[in-house]
Ligand binder design. Structure first.
Ligand SMILES: *Cc1c(COP(=O)(O)O)cnc(C)c1O
Length: 852
């Protein structure tokens, strides 16, 4: 350690530089050099950085460098970067102004953010300075990066999409407040015990949370329960009002959302539940201390844990409490805190566009009506006129079981006034239906927001569709199926309401940060503009024919594979062999995604080798990597994980394969792992049954990192294939109309089993107990499902999948041809930037614009 640094480590607060840039607010003239530094210019030299870092270490962590832990160092580094962003945040995070474009209020129950440090360093261009400065202190930046526990406040694609969107809006200079829930426990940490998934709580806050700013003084009261009563107002009009039964406090935690090198910092506001004073005071006064503490716990339960359910809703009361909790706090926050006092709410839609990320926040519709009618005194029609201009609704599914329906019994108990309001919305809506389609009572019943069977419930998707200015699906195929199959009556009634916005992913995190070698190669070749204008990747196309470029591209891929090998060895004790085709299937475990189809491919290959049908030397050296969490209550999904792990055990240990087939299943797939896995992949598995995957975003991340896709004609795969070209994409399986036809005709899995001897042998091998010697029947459920009840027709696409895999192997055998295809995948996937998605939302739905 250099002397100067040794000395610096003893710096106290008094000796530290007087560069306190936390003192001025947006209304004051910024006098600090940081605030006026040109955009993208790092605020300090390496020396300046070291001083700031040590200052944070000494004063925030209260330790000298010589005694600091890695966690101390990580927290001090985070504070240093945060402080730089702070000046910008204070500047750009002010209240929306009369002359500013409208704000996007993104309402999402999930944000799957991933680690913050790397992104903040990138956005501020501080990575190099930090690396050098830390090196002077004898600290390795990479070690500190690894110290961060990612905030896993989402399940999968839907939550990650929200995170990509807020990144893009900040980068595009569009005002946005992301609203959500600060779960104390995010998505569970997955471990494997004897191959079975075991869930551990995600204690992401335990070692400190340097990226958030709690604002207890800005807490908002959220009411629940009680009843409604009618009364006559001063004008003699009979009205209804809510007499709540209990309430909790919603405390905001603000997170910075930095744009990429543009000086904009937007806000993500996540709400945490606290007991109100009134709540426990009453009980305290009654002398029941234990009961008072229980009350506290009860209130705080609301934001305690993320429901680990993906693509299936939880009909639980606590879940509805969570939804209303964050939505009520957010609407209150925007209307009463963000808008200037006395703002005319008739013009609310000029100031904000609320986007409903799936049905989870749809209770915002009756909540806004309640605020306008009950609190602000508007009459119903005025209130509806305002409300129906403020919301856009994004639907994320085609699975009927994934559409939320809240029992009226539950909704009425928890939110009695909201249920009344929903009934009234429905009444007026159905009157309109009957007017537009007279003598069609069946239609009115079909379209009712209130379902009667199997129990009386509120169809949240219908409520959202009725209220929203626009309803969008998330890929072209999905939006079309949404119109034709999920909401046909609504698309007939409101043809102009329906639109598509194909999903995207942020190139900052998923290319620039995750794939530094490829990023450097791209920037060296076409300049750095691609990071914010991803369509410019097109300029790489000619280089697909350039042997030197291909060699450099392969080198980057190899570097990523080596990095992954090192990581998986240390993280999971997994050994990845060298020189294999890296075949990756990472996503939530779900029947519709068909991990079992991938598994049957592996078992079939294996079975053919051990039974001598093919020689091991004929197998293309391949490593299959799975990553997937199963919802804890989803038995079949968990059994599938168990089976994959058991197959991996056998396959990896069997010398008859001569090391040419390996299966790896690192536990706890999350954003951090995705960032390492995806850049290393050669082949991307996107094999859902056509018509089931709304879009997928994993598919986009892979294509952008130069993996070729083997995929069905589903979700955004359709658009990826169209753009990259059929020659560079391995299509297989039924398309959606064929699926529908087979469904109508009756899918008989046994026929496929009987007809394909390789498939039969693979299934029989599993049934024989080969992979579960201790219990022959261990995997009967998984197999029974595939052979009998599988709604997702895995066996019907098996032949076609195997044929496509043969084409993969053929193509991979010609490394030049493969690399050419990989480069073209990158060059032609610029469309899948979430910046483009945001432009589409802005034009088609929000009608806002960047601030200058
Ligand atoms: C992108 C992403 C997803 C979504 O993957 P799909 O293949 O689109 O389902 C899920 N989880 C994580 C951690 C991701 O980064």
């Amino acid at each position: 350690m250099p002397d100067s640094v040794q000395n610096a480590s003893a710096l106290t607060a008094d000796e530290s530089p007087t560069t306190d840039h936390r003192v001025f607010g947006p209304s004051q003239t910024p006098t600090h050099p940081l605030a006026t530094a040109p955009v993208g210019t790092p605020p300090f030299s390496v020396d300046g950085f070291v001083r700031e870092f040590l200052h944070e270490l000494n004063t925030n962590q209260g330790v000298a460098l010589s005694r600091s832990s890695i966690n101390d160092q990580y927290l001090a580094l985070a504070s240093t970067v945060r402080n730089y962003l702070m000046a910008r945040w204070l500047e750009t995070g002010g209240k929306p102004q009369e002359n500013q474009p409208k704000v996007v209020g993104y309402l999402s129950a999930e944000y799957l953010l991933g680690r913050q440090l790397g992104n903040a360093l990138l956005a501020t261009d501080l990575a190099d300075i930090a690396e050098k400065g830390l090196a002077l202190c004898g600290i390795d930046l990479a070690t500190l990066r690894n110290q961060e526990v990612e905030p896993g406040l989402g399940n999968g694609g839907l939550g990650r999409l929200a995170a990509c969107f807020i990144d893009s809006l900040a980068t595009m200079n569009v005002l946005c407040i992301g609203y959500g829930i600060r779960y104390e426990y995010g998505i569970f940490r997955q471990t494997f015990v004897d191959g079975r998934q075991v869930e551990q709580p995600d204690t992401w806050l335990q070692l400190g949370s340097p990226w958030e700013f709690p604002h207890p003084e800005a807490s908002v009261k959220v009411n629940f329960g009680g009843h409604t009563e009618t009364f006559t107002d001063a004008d003699g009009v009979e009205k209804s009002r809510w007499v709540p039964g209990w309430n909790v406090l919603a405390m905001p935690y603000n997170y910075m959302v930095p744009g990429y090198l543009n000086g904009r910092v937007n806000t993500l506001r996540l709400w945490s539940a606290q007991a109100t004073n009134a709540f426990d005071l009453q009980i305290f006064n009654s002398g029941d201390y234990a009961q008072a503490v229980r009350a506290q716990t009860f209130a705080e339960n609301i934001s305690k844990v993320l429901y680990p359910e993906d693509s299936t809703p939880q009909g639980k009361e606590l879940r509805l409490q969570q939804q209303y909790f964050f939505v009520a706090a957010s609407l209150h926050d925007f209307i009463n805190k963000e808008l200037e006092e006395g703002f005319d709410l008739h013009r609310l839609s000029e100031r904000i566009a609320f986007q409903l990320n799936d049905t989870h926040p749809v209770i915002a519709v009756p909540e806004l009506m309640r605020i306008l009618v009950d609190e602000k005194g508007y009459d119903w029609d005025e209130a509806w006129d305002i409300t129906s201009r403020c919301f856009g609704y994004t639907c994320h599914t085609l699975l009927p079981e994934a559409l939320e329906v809240w029992p009226t019994e539950l909704l009425g108990r928890l939110l009695p006034r909201h249920l009344e309001i929903i009934y009234r919305i429905n009444e007026e809506f159905l009157a309109q239906v009957r007017k537009q389609f007279p003598d069609d009572e069946l239609r009115a019943r079909r379209m009712s927001i209130i379902a009667e069977l199997p129990e009386r419930g509120v169809r949240m998707a219908y409520l959202a569709t009725v209220a929203a200015t626009k309803v969008n699906g998330v890929a072209e195929l999905h939006s079309q199926l949404l119109r034709d199959k999920v909401l046909p009556d609504f698309s007939e009634m409101y043809p102009d309401k329906f639109t598509n916005v194909t999903n995207g992913v942020t190139p900052r995190r998923f290319v620039r940060l995750a794939n530094p070698k490829l990023s450097t190669l791209i920037t060296d070749t076409i300049g750095s503009g691609w990071v914010t204008q991803l369509e410019r990747l097109k300029e790489l196309e000619p280089y697909a024919d350039d042997a030197d470029f291909r060699a450099a591209f392969r080198e980057a891929k190899q570097w990523n594979k080596t990095r992954l090998t090192t990581l998986l060895k240390a993280r999971d004790g997994i050994e990845l062999p060298e020189g294999h085709l890296l075949d990756v299937m990472v996503k939530r475990l779900h029947e519709y995604k068909r991990q079992s189809l991938k598994l049957l491919h592996i078992v079939s290959l294996y079975e053919q080798v051990i039974s001598g049908k093919i020689a091991a030397s004929d197998v293309t050296p391949r490593t299959v990597v799975f990553g997937a969490k199963a919802a804890p209550g989803y038995k079949l999904a968990k059994e599938t994980i168990h089976l994959i792990n058991k197959v991996a055990e056998k396959v990896n240990a069997d010398e008859r394969l001569e090391g040419r087939l390996k299966v790896a299943f690192p536990a706890n797939y999350n954003v951090t792992l995705a960032e390492k896995l995806i850049p290393a992949a050669d082949l991307s598995e996107q094999i859902s049954l056509a018509g089931m995957e709304a879009s997928g975003t994993g598919n986009m991340k892979f294509a952008l990192n130069g993996a070729l896709t083997i995929g069905t004609d589903d979700g955004a795969n359709v658009e990826i294939r169209k753009l990259v070209g059929d020659k560079h994409f391995f299509l297989f399986g039924m398309n959606e109309p064929q699926v529908a036809e087979l469904g109508a005709q009756g899918y008989i899995p046994g026929d496929y089993y009987e007809k394909n001897p390789n498939l039969k042998a693979a299934i029989d091998l599993i049934l024989s107990g080969y992979f579960s010697p201790s219990d022959q029947h261990m995997f009967d459920q998984v197999i029974y499902s595939l052979l009998n009840t599988d709604r997702f027709m895995a066996l019907a696409d098996f032949d076609s999948y195997i044929a496509a895999q043969a084409k993969v192997e053929q193509h991979y055998a010609d490394q030049d041809a493969w690399t050419r295809s990989a480069i073209l995948n990158v060059a032609r996937s610029g469309y899948f930037s979430s910046d483009r998605s945001m432009r589409d939302y802005i034009q088609r739905i929000w009608h806002t614009s960047p601030v200058l």
